[in-house]
Design a protein around this ligand. Structure first.
Ligand code: HXC
Length: 510
């Protein structure tokens, strides 16, 4: 018996060693942790239950039968984050560059199946060179089966991808179909084809970082929802994010006890909106002063900064905040902001997370660049997302709510449950100057008359009371009491029961 136990111990140690000390050291030299070290940081101490540590590839081409390493380049299993179940896989770059063989793919499928069956989030940590080049079609098939499971799990369990090294070829599409992608600055990159192929095909010369580094995807392409300084920060932040999320689409997020009083008044908010309507202010100040303990997990903070999205809590319950940001492009809705907002709203709706929307929007961004880029279709994504959402929707208009953007931003007309405005709100078809120029075209050139017309339009619409008189707003509230009023409103919506007509699925304008 002792022999067998020793053998088991030896086998386990061999699997845990991955590609060996030298390769782990090389990871460290690049500023990266090994797959197992990452799992240790991500999960609660001692909670990791590993699957399939003895799995080996079955490839015999190119001398691969001589090269087998138990685990085959991915560490998989389950564990807990602050006591709540999650499934995970972590690519091990020290074993065949983390590349995907059929055996490796099957390990990932097993955790995907378990996560779906048992209703728990799945986290994937990526650090790999794509399809195992020696394997051919088996590796391609393996990818497709992972993709299929990503799609089936979408909207059922939260799926989170963290890119912590190379992520190329087949490896990029699985993260792309998960709910969130995060990257590590300087050590991770993500692209469909690498710099060498790019050079051959297009003659462009680019570095890994320029083509697919965290700075590109978190700021420019919007592929990533955030970038962190190093592996540890990324993993610690994933623990924080998981705390905001439900385990699956049938469960609520457990309320988290908060020391922040529900009746906390914030007098400083009374002066947040500057007297000059063209002056910006930071909408994140309102989010932080509204959320429990100011705790806000922002999604995509550096992309489409004219809209702010992220998770916070009200009276311990997770809510999704969506807010126009006057500090960036005056909070206008453009293609990128519409896509970012729509995706976030749909995530919240899929996982029954109430949505709190703060509105200060001058409209959709005009211009050929936007129209040629398909603003109509992309803007419609945000409209579609809000209109189909059946979760509690709470809206506060702080200042501008102009034109179509008024409709889009969780208005009463899109089944907003509670719609409030601050006294500083201006709800109109467009800004007063533009409106006066159209209505009184004959007086253009007469400055005095135009000033009077502009003022007349302002007096009529630069306030929330016309909308309130129609019942499109439920109340005009004091800025200082925003948190209190939202919390009270949320309490009334605990048992909200609303569903959309039966359909196979909708046809979101893609
Ligand atoms: C097999 C691989 C591998 C792969 C890396 N390795 N990628 N083995 N298949 N795809 C091995 C290397 O041979 C090496 O083994 C070890 O991993 C470390 O790799 P290095 O190249 O030394 O590391 P580094 O210099 O850091 O470069 C990392 C890298 C590079 C940029 C990822 O390895 C690379 O370009 N790999 C190939 C990427 C690629 O073209 N993948 C196929 C994509 S096509 P030794 O033993 O020498 O240390 C694809 C199609 C699927 O994925 C589509 C499905 C939809």
């Amino acid at each position: 018996m002792k022999d067998v136990l020793e053998q088991l111990d030896a086998k386990r140690q061999a699997a845990r060693a991955g590609g060996g000390e030298k390769r782990v050291l090389a990871q460290h030299e690049k500023g990266k942790l090994s797959a197992r070290e990452r799992i240790e940081v991500l999960l609660d101490d001692g909670s990791f239950e590993e699957f399939d540590m003895f799995v080996e590839h079955q490839c015999s081409d190119f001398g691969m039968d001589e090269k087998k390493i138990p685990g085959d380049g991915v560490v998989t299993g389950s564990g807990t984050i602050n006591g709540r179940l999650v499934y995970l896989f972590a690519k091990d770059f020290t074993v065949f560059g983390g590349s995907l063989s059929l055996a490796h793919a099957k390990k990932i499928m097993k955790v995907q199946d378990a996560a779906l069956r048992n209703g728990a989030p799945i986290l994937g940590l990526f650090d790999a060179g794509g399809a195992r080049i020696q394997e051919g079609v088996d590796a391609l098939g393996g990818y497709a089966e992972i993709f299929q499971r990503n799609v089936l799990a979408s909207g059922v369990v939260p799926q989170i991808s963290v890119i912590m090294g190379p992520c190329a070829g087949g490896d990029v599409y699985s993260p792309a179909m998960t709910d969130f992608i995060f990257m590590v600055k300087d050590t991770s990159y993500m692209y469909v084809t690498g710099p060498d192929v790019v050079k051959t095909v297009t003659n462009e010369v680019v570095t890994h970082e320029e083509l697919g580094g965290a700075s590109i995807h978190a700021k420019k392409s919007g592929v990533a929802d955030g970038a962190f300084e190093n592996d540890i920060e990324a993993l610690v932040q994933m623990r924080r994010l998981v705390d905001f999320l439900p385990l699956n689409n049938r469960e609520k997020v457990p309320a988290r006890p908060s020391y922040d009083k529900p009746d906390r008044i914030e007098p400083s908010l009374d002066t947040l909106v500057p007297p000059n309507p063209n002056k910006p202010y930071d909408i994140k100040e309102l989010i932080r002063k509204t959320a429990d303990e100011g705790d806000f997990f922002e999604i995509a903070p550096d992309y489409a900064t004219n809209i702010v999205t992220g998770f916070g809590r009200l009276e311990g319950q997770t809510v999704g905040f969506v807010a126009n940001q006057p500090m960036s492009l005056a909070g206008v809705l453009d293609i990128d902001a519409s896509k970012k907002g729509a995706r976030f709203v749909r995530f919240c709706d899929a996982f029954s997370i109430p949505i709190v929307t703060f509105v200060d929007v001058p409209g959709f961004l005009p211009g050929t660049k936007q129209e040629y880029g398909g603003l109509i279709k992309h803007g419609a994504k945000l409209l579609f997302a809000y209109a189909e959402a059946t979760v509690p929707k709470l809206t506060v208009i702080t200042r501008k709510a102009y034109g179509g953007a008024y409709d889009v931003m969780a208005s009463k007309h899109l089944r907003g449950d509670i719609n409030y405005a601050w006294p500083t709100a201006e709800i109109a078809v467009m800004g007063a100057k533009g409106a006066a120029e159209i209505i009184h075209r004959a007086d253009l050139g007469d400055e005095e008359k135009m000033a009077a017309h502009t003022k007349e339009y302002e007096d009529r619409f630069a306030n929330p009371f016309v909308a309130a008189s129609r019942g499109y707003l439920d109340d005009v509230i004091q800025p200082r009491s925003t948190r209190v009023r939202l919390i009270k409103a949320l309490r009334t919506l605990k048992n909200k029961n609303l569903s959309n007509p039966w359909k196979k699925h909708d046809n979101l304008p893609l």
